[in-house]
Design a protein around this ligand. Structure first.
Ligand code: AMP
Length: 210
């Protein structure tokens, strides 16, 4: 099973991707998480990506294509995976297709910009392991502390309101055209994300007939 979680920043790609990953027993691959780890570790890719990420801009396609090609070669990807946050441009989608990578379903998480702006203010991530939370919707057991590794939970630099507005603009211009790209290939499934986490998960599992 090869899936793409498509949607605006804050639509729930990471959260729903993690639940689906447990249910389907396939890994979630998030270019955002890979890049944040690279920035933390000061790798050459991290140094290249840092300024784009902090400004809420997209990291250049060639960097992303390199990261994803390498990651999909790893052994845990052999029986499928869920892509979270990639592809994000037509060029990235074309590169995957050219590499012979085809998808069973592309789940398009539908949500209004206004809801996203409200949601992003409550989002937190673990500086230690990259796990994501929401202060109301997906709270950690102990406030400010990661359930998985005990790390400190933080507001991402790029989740600040002014950066969120910019990221949404980029989403509409660069990423939203992917809906048509995958609709033409007959694999696009729009899913409204207005329900609870359980309801949204069920809607996706129904859509992919699991
Ligand atoms: P995310 O966690 O998916 O919201 O990604 C955080 C940031 O990482 C984005 O705002 C971009 O700067 C960068 N990024 C992640 N994935 C991609 C991608 N597929 N293409 C370009 N930039 C990306």
């Amino acid at each position: 099973m090869k899936l793409i979680m498509l949607g605006a920043p804050g639509a729930g790609k990471g959260t729903l991707g993690a639940v689906l990953s447990d249910t389907l027993n396939i890994p979630t691959i998030s270019t955002g998480n890979i890049l944040r780890a690279a920035v933390r570790n000061g790798t050459p890719v991290g140094l290249q990506a840092k300024s784009y990420m902090e400004a809420g801009k997209l990291v250049p396609d060639e960097v992303i294509i390199g990261i994803i090609a390498e990651r999909l070669e790893e052994s845990d990807c052999q029986s499928g995976y869920i892509l979270d946050g990639v592809p994000r441009t037509i060029a990235q989608a074309v590169a995957l297709e050219k590499a012979g990578i085809l998808f069973d379903h592309v789940i398009s998480l539908e949500i209004s910009d206004k809801e996203i702006e409200e949601r992003m203010e409550g989002r937190r991530f673990c500086a230690g392991c990259g796990a994501t939370y929401h202060i109301h919707n997906v709270p950690p057991k102990q406030e400010g502390v990661c359930d998985k590794c005990g790390g400190v939970l933080e507001l991402r630099e790029d989740d600040k309101p002014e950066t969120v507005k910019h990221r949404l603009e980029i989403y509409h211009i660069e990423t939203e055209p992917l809906k048509e790209f995958y609709a033409e290939r007959g694999v696009l499934t729009p899913v409204a994300t207005t329900g609870t986490l359980e309801e949204n998960t069920r809607a996706i599992l129904d859509a992919i007939k699991v």
